[in-house]
Every structure is written in structure tokens, then in C-alpha cells.
Ligand binder design. Structure first.
Ligand code: F6P
Length: 495
């Protein structure tokens, strides 16, 4: 098997580099070991006159990393435009923030087509393609148009929203139809999977049987594969990192005071405003917690060229300074607010230093920070995770203190509870969460998806494609019940 993994952002194997993408950081250790070729954007652009896409290829573990320069004329429309101003807000149920122009959509499709052409270079007879995330919803169909018949899988790292929201994305039908060119489509949670299947039935009129849908491309299996981390590796990284200079300096500066930590990309889906408001409410209603607990909020700037992100950054900076102004003292700063990225090693040490981890997104596919915070804890004296029930991770980490991030009063009370939770309860909750993390590692996730993808292809062997010529966009019909296999529609979820 010759696995080709595709994502917009890729990561190089440098442990001390700041990591901004959850997906890229999560994939790195498994891709390195799998011998796969990982193809993504180099972060640079080139003009479109190049015949062959330019790729810088370097070794990555037992495989390789290929970083492509994307077409200059389309990069903005693709990344800041359609991917992050139309799809991202929709996928996170923020229909009010959807901004999409025809040009952006055209650029998104151009970059998907460009990536498909680039991938042909890595195609071998036994290749299988695994596409990651919302940047490449149409890539499976582009590959099929180029004659690729090998297995293609797609995994969505974000949530999949209710039908009414995705219907707000221009060209939503074309895009979802294009996704069905893949043999396997994976989601983080049962809810995401159900919403997607609902869309297929109601909007596309397709028949879904036990998670198998039939379209003009043939059959596609839709299933749940909750992503994990490598808890053992993270735990040992955290234990070592306590002596890292940044971590020791933080510990010394606390003078015995407790610390809550939040680490997020600066993104409206992360619920940062609500979180700061909850801390404000907590210090207001429980003044005894002044000097007892402070918050370290790392908010790594992201997608700064998009208006909604610029507005959030300004709003957040103002709110933090307001809260610090009201609750602070000459020798006490309630919120340390940092706009930069840290390496995984430093983050692991910071998580272990904090008695409370606050992960309170309004919507999140999984949220690996929640899992990393848990794995980083000292087993003898673990911290408490305060987790939004709208993060995919809440399905597995259900012994965290689960909160509704829209309910500021309740979140304030829950954070105060976390600060004073006795050791016995902290340990019980933490041990149960560690069990879940160990049962659903990133290695398991990777292997489960690849196995399921190969199985899909094996199931199809011997069946004929529904149409011989490359598909163009025409209404889909559900046909040929005999081709639908009666199999379980879900991969086992750890919750
Ligand atoms: O949530 C999906 C995801 O791919 C994350 O893994 C990652 O943090 C983010 O979206 C991508 O961010 P960026 O635009 O910085 O690559």
C-alpha cells in the first residue's frame, strides 16, 4: 500500500517549532511512522504559468513530505475566501459570518483541481488517497475526473452542522456531491455523521442504508472516527518539560497561586469572549478568588486578513484589559494574555503546571487541547478539565466538568468548583479520562480509518461503476439496492 495523505497545512518534524494547526500537529507523529507521503501547501504561492506544480519534497520519518506552492491568483480566494469565510463559519454554525463570492468559489475549485493534478505525481498502482478537512471537499471528485480509480477517503476535522446552516453556503449541493466521489467519509462525532446523512437524504434525495450511500459515483461509506492523541508520549513530554525555562519561570511567578490555562487559535468558534466573561463573573461574585487563581490565556493569531478575525482580536484585547483593569492589583494580574504560538514541548509543560484547563469552544470538531491537557497531568496531583459540551471531545471526556459556554454564570461557578476540587475527586475524574484517551489513540484512529478505507475498496471489488464516463454535475438518484452492503455504518466510538 502506498498511502498519500493530503491536507492544506502540513507539519515538519521539528519538536520545538510553534504548532498552530491541531490537525497538522496530530498527524505528524503517525504520518512519520506510516511511510506515507504527506502532501500539502508550502504556505508560498507561485504564478500559474508553471506546467508542473512546484513541490519541495523532503524526508519525513519513513515517508516523505511534499509541500506545494499554490497558484498565486487563487490562493486568497481559496484560503481566506471560500474555505475560511464561507465553509469555516458554516461548519461552526455561524451562518451570520458566511461571506462568499463567485470568484472565491471559483478559486476554491481551481485549487482543488490543482491539488488533484499535483497528486498524480505521487500515484502508484497500489495507492490510496486520504484527504483531510474542509479545504478539499471537491478533491475526491477532481481525482476521479482525472481517472483515478484507487480508494479515496475523506476525513472532516470540524463539525458538520444542521442542514439549514450548510444550505447557506453557495454551491453546497455541488460540494457535497463532489464529496461522494470518496469511498469513505469520516466524521468526529455521531452528531456530525447524522447531520451529514440527513443532508444526503433531504437535500440530495439519496437513500442511505446503514451508513452506506449510493450516488452516481457508486457507494460511499459514512462513519465516525473520533481523533485521538498519543497520551503516553504527551505525558512523558509534559513530565520532562517542567524544567523548560519558560515553564520554570511561569511556576516561579505564581508564588503558590493556582493557575487556569486556555490555549486556542484566535478564532470565534473557540468561545474566548464567553470564557473571559466567565472569569470576570467569577472574580466579581467570589472576590476571595482574587490572588487565589489567575488565567493564562494563549490565543495564537490566525487568519488575520479576515475581518471577523481582526474584529475578534480587537474585542478580546479590549475585554482582557478591561477585566485586568477592574480586578487587578499593583502586584497581581488576573489574566496573562499572550498572542503567540508555543511548541508542543512548552505547551505540555504549561498544561502540567495549571490546576485547571479551560476548553470552552462554542463548537469544535474534537479539540485536541482538551485531550493534551488531560494527558499532561501529574497522576499524583492532576488538574481539572472544564470542557464545553459542544466540543467533540466531550463525547469521550465525560468526566470533565462539562459546561455550556453560553451560560456565563454557570461557567463561572464551574471554574470556581474546579479550583477547589479535592484530590480524590480530581484523581477519579482524571483516571476515567485517561482510560478513554488510551482506548482511542491517534495511532488507533489512523489505523482504523485506513483499514476501513481498504475494506470499502475490497467490498466494491467486482462491482461496476454506475457510469463509465467521468461524471459531470447532474441530479443524483439512489439506485441499485443490491450494491448496498448490509454492514455496520459506524466505526466504534470510544465514548
Ligand atoms: O479544525 C480543523 C483545523 O484543520 C484544525 O486542525 C486547525 O487548527 C485549523 O482547522 C486550521 O487552521 P489554519 O487555517 O491555521 O490552518
Amino acid at each position: 500500500m502506498n498511502l498519500v495523505v493530503v491536507s492544506n497545512r502540513v507539519a515538519r518534524g521539528k519538536i520545538n517549532e510553534p504548532m498552530t494547526g491541531g490537525l497538522a500537529a496530530a498527524l505528524l507523529p503517525v504520518v512519520e511512522k506510516s511511510g506515507a507521503i504527506w502532501v500539502g501547501s508550502s504556505g508560498r504561492v507561485r504564478d500559474g504559468s508553471q506546467k508542473e506544480p512546484f513541490a519541495e519534497v523532503e524526508a519525513l520519518g519513513s515517508g516523505a513530505l511534499a509541500m506545494l506552492d499554490l497558484p498565486a491568483a487563487h490562493y486568497g480566494g481559496y484560503y481566506e475566501g471560500f474555505a475560511n469565510s464561507a465553509l469555516w463559519p458554516a461548519l461552526h454554525s455561524r451562518a451570520d459570518l458566511i461571506r462568499a463570492s463567485q470568484q472565491d468559489y471559483a478559486s476554491y475549485r481551481e485549487v482543488n483541481a490543482f491539488m488533484a493534478r499535483a497528486l498524480l505525481r505521487f500515484q502508484k498502482p497500489d495507492s490510496i488517497f486520504w484527504i483531510q478537512d474542509y479545504h478539499f471537499l471537491a478533491l475526491g471528485a477532481e481525482l476521479r475526473d482525472l481517472g483515478v480509480t484507487e480508494p479515496i477517503g475523506f476525513f472532516l476535522h470540524t463539525p458538520w452542522p444542521a442542514r439549514a446552516i450548510i444550505e447557506g453556503v453557495p454551491h453546497h449541493r455541488e460540494l457535497v456531491e463532489a464529496m461522494l466521489a470518496c469511498d469513505l467519509i469520516g466524521f468526529q462525532t455521531e452528531d456530525d455523521c447524522e447531520s451529514f446523512l440527513g443532508y444526503l437524504s433531504f437535500d440530495l434525495g439519496l437513500e442511505v442504508d446503514n451508513g452506506i450511500v449510493t450516488s452516481r459515483y457508486g457507494t460511499t461509506r459514512v462513519a465516525v472516527f473520533p481523533i485521538g492523541i498519543d497520551p503516553e508520549k504527551f505525558a512523558s513530554q509534559a513530565a520532562k518539560a517542567v524544567s523548560h525555562p519558560d515553564v520554570s519561570r511561569l511556576r516561579r511567578s505564581l508564588n503558590g497561586e493556582k493557575l487556569a490555562i486556555g490555549v486556542d487559535r484566535l478564532d470565534y468558534s473557540k468561545g474566548l469572549i464567553n470564557r473571559i466573561e466567565a472569569f470576570d463573573r467569577m472574580w466579581t461574585s467570589e472576590p476571595a478568588l482574587h490572588r487565589t487563581v489567575s488565567l493564562l490565556q494563549i490565543a495564537t493569531p490566525s487568519r488575520g486578513a479576515i475581518e471577523a478575525y481582526g474584529n475578534l482580536q480587537n474585542e478580546l484585547a479590549k475585554l482582557v484589559s478591561d477585566v485586568n483593569g477592574r480586578h487587578g492589583e499593583v502586584d497581581w494580574t488576573p489574566i496573562r494574555y499572550l498572542n503567540k504560538g508555543y511548541s508542543q514541548t512548552v505547551l505540555a509543560g504549561l498544561y502540567r503546571t495549571a490546576q485547571v484547563g479551560v476548553v470552552t469552544p462554542l463548537h469544535d470538531g474534537m479539540n485536541l487541547v482538551a485531550k493534551e491537557y488531560v494527558a499532561a497531568q501529574n497522576p499524583a496531583d492532576p488538574g481539572v478539565l472544564v470542557l464545553s459540551k459542544f466540543a467533540g471531545a466531550a463525547n469521550q471526556l465525560n468526566t470533565a466538568l462539562l459546561v455550556n459556554p453560553h451560560d456565563i454564570d454557570s461557567m463561572a461557578r464551574t471554574i470556581a468548583t474546579a479550583v477547589s476540587m479535592p484530590l480524590t475527586e480530581r484523581r477519579m475524574r482524571w483516571e476515567a479520562m485517561m482510560e478513554k484517551l488510551n482506548a482511542g489513540t491517534i495511532q488507533q484512529w489512523f489505523a482504523d480509518f485506513v483499514d476501513a478505507l481498504r475494506e470499502c475498496q475490497a467490498d466494491k471489488a467486482g462491482t461496476q461503476p454506475l457510469m463509465a464516463e467521468p461524471p459531470t454535475l447532474w441530479p443524483l438518484r439512489s439506485v441499485n439496492a443490491q450494491r448496498q452492503r448490509h454492514r455496520r455504518g459506524r466505526a466504534p466510538s470510544q465514548s
